[in-house]
Write a protein that binds this ligand. Structure first.
Ligand code: 4AD
Ligand code: MG
Length: 480
């Protein structure tokens, strides 16, 4: 008999049929005569109830069926008497595939804190919350490729090990093959990286953008979707040391086209999830509603999860310049104390997350696109404006998240790029190939980077970025 999934059985159009299921036990309860076993196989947030007639089958059959064990059940799919599910399985045979000692199994049939589950990252796939997040994460990955493929973009794999620090922020993880305890030294007594595998010190990539630009200067429309690594010591609910980024890069696009692309892309991804992950979203929404009950009324989210996602799909993002945003912030009274922790002095102030959140959550109450930042607070590759002060940058800020997207029109003029690199003390020798893209057949082009985990966080409503990636890498934690 073919093995079926819990999802297929719960949505079955036939009943009173013989079926087989293999799944993990969430709970077991019952009396002397009957046992009810709730199982899940990761196909849906709902469990399937298996009913075992102990009088007929003998009590011993469920002895080793405990929370966490894995079983195979064969039986008849019948309409459920109780409320909740449409169907249940009347077992005719139960086989324990893998036992789990109830005294040792870390997941009890009760609600565990997300912190506890993080420490048991190898088992948290077995919870309804994390499996719902995992399925939504998968759906979003699929939607990313769908979107770009349908628009004629090519997916480019950019290197993981690289010699450049694309963002110039110096937050790289070094990669070296030299003997750490006894490295070869130069005559000056410094570590001799010429003897390293690549003949120089390399690092894990912080962004695939520069290589994507090279591809866009021939293929026109490209995107990357890969892991990126940042050694920033940020212990926040929005930062990971290893995260996945999607970076489209488009020849001939100017900043406005870039913003249009980003807005269309994000709306598509969210709409796709609403269409394809309804059960999981309802499950996560109910989870949040329960959590919110413990909060004061003024701290509660203004919208439920699904309503919030639909709102983003149906409404235009707000677009304004950095300078306009600074004016709004200077004239704002953000809280009872009427000031921000970090004062907004005027042009040149780098926006802190409290400022970004004020703009999206209190002032505009929707996603906000900020453009034309001061060049001093942005990367070397952004196209300089005529005013000599600002660059064609764009950041997209989301309620509850802050910065979700960072992008720009790129500086395609060789002389201006070289001058900017000099000002920022970036060695032209290190990026000779990047400069050649401007020397030979340069063209206007733009792109952006979307932090995939921040998107998954927004779509699932999870408060901590560590709960939307299977094995989070953060400062002082790489257990798994
Ligand atoms: O703003 P960032 O640093 O931009 C770039 O890397 C550009 N090269 C992108 C481009 O134009 N192609 O990073 C882009 C996005 C951020 O907006 C944020 O969503 C996410 O990546 N991000 C992080 N996500 C999780 N943990 C971190 N430590 C992150 N740092 C950035
Ligand atoms: Mg950024």
């Amino acid at each position: 008999m073919a093995r079926q999934t819990v999802k297929a059985l719960l949505n079955s159009t036939e009943k009173d049929i013989e079926v087989s299921i293999s799944a993990w036990v969430r709970t077991k309860r019952g009396s002397k005569n009957v046992a009810f076993i709730a199982v899940n196989d990761g196909s849906t947030p709902h469990n399937l109830q298996i009913v075992v007639d102990l009088e007929k089958m003998g009590e011993a059959v469920v002895d080793k069926v405990t929370t966490g064990s894995c079983i195979k059940a064969i039986g008849k799919l019948v309409e459920s008497q109780g409320s909740g599910q449409k169907y249940e399985l009347e077992a005719s045979s139960i086989e324990v595939l893998g036992e789990a000692d109830a005294n040792e199994y870390p997941l009890q049939p009760k609600k565990h804190s997300l912190e506890f589950l993080r420490e048991n990252a190898h088992l948290r796939f077995r919870t309804s919350t994390f499996s719902a997040v995992s399925r939504i994460r998968h759906t979003l990955i699929f939607a990313v490729h769908n979107f770009f493929n349908s628009r004629g973009f090519y997916n480019i794999h950019t290197p993981i090990i690289t010699g450049s620090d694309a963002e110039g922020a110096g937050e790289t993880f070094n990669v070296s093959t030299l003997d750490k305890k006894n490295p070869p030294l130069t005559e000056e007594g410094e570590i001799d990286y010429k003897k390293d595998f690549f003949g120089k010190l390399t690092n894990l990539t912080v962004s695939g953008q520069l290589e994507a630009e090279a591809a866009a200067m021939a293929l026109g429309k490209v995107y990357t979707f890969g892991p990126t690594f940042r050694a920033e010591n940020s212990n926040t609910t929005r930062h990971l040391a290893e995260f996945w980024m999607i970076e489209p890069e488009v020849a001939f696009n100017e900043l406005e086209d870039n913003i249009d692309l980003a807005e269309d892309f994000m709306k598509y991804l969210i709409a796709y999830t609403l269409e394809n992950c309804h059960d999981d979203l309802v499950y996560l929404e109910n989870r949040i509603i329960e959590e919110e009950k413990n909060k004061k009324a003024e701290d509660r989210q203004p919208m439920n999860l699904i309503e919030k996602l639909k709102f983003v799909v149906d409404n235009d993002f707000e677009r304004l310049t950095y300078t306009e945003a600074i004016e709004i912030l200077r004239n704002s009274k953000p809280n009872k104390k009427k000031k921000f922790q970090y004062p907004v002095e005027g042009f040149g102030t780098d926006l802190q997350s409290e400022h970004e959140r004020y703009l999206v959550e209190k002032h505009f109450k929707k996603p906000v696109v900020l453009t034309d930042y001061p060049k001093e607070i942005k990367a070397f590759y952004m196209r300089q404006n005529e005013d000599g002060k600002t660059v064609r940058a764009m950041d997209i800020l989301f309620p509850g998240i802050g910065e979700m997207v960072g992008g720009s029109q790129r500086e395609e003029r060789l002389d201006l790029l070289v001058k900017r690199m000099e000002e920022m003390h970036i060695e032209a020798d290190e990026l000779w190939w990047y400069l050649e893209l401007r020397k030979f057949g340069t063209a206007p082009h733009s792109g952006f980077g979307l932090g995939f985990e921040r998107l998954v966080q927004f779509v699932t409503g999870m408060g901590n970025i560590r709960d939307v990636i299977p094995f989070p890498r953060t400062p002082k934690s790489a257990e798994f």
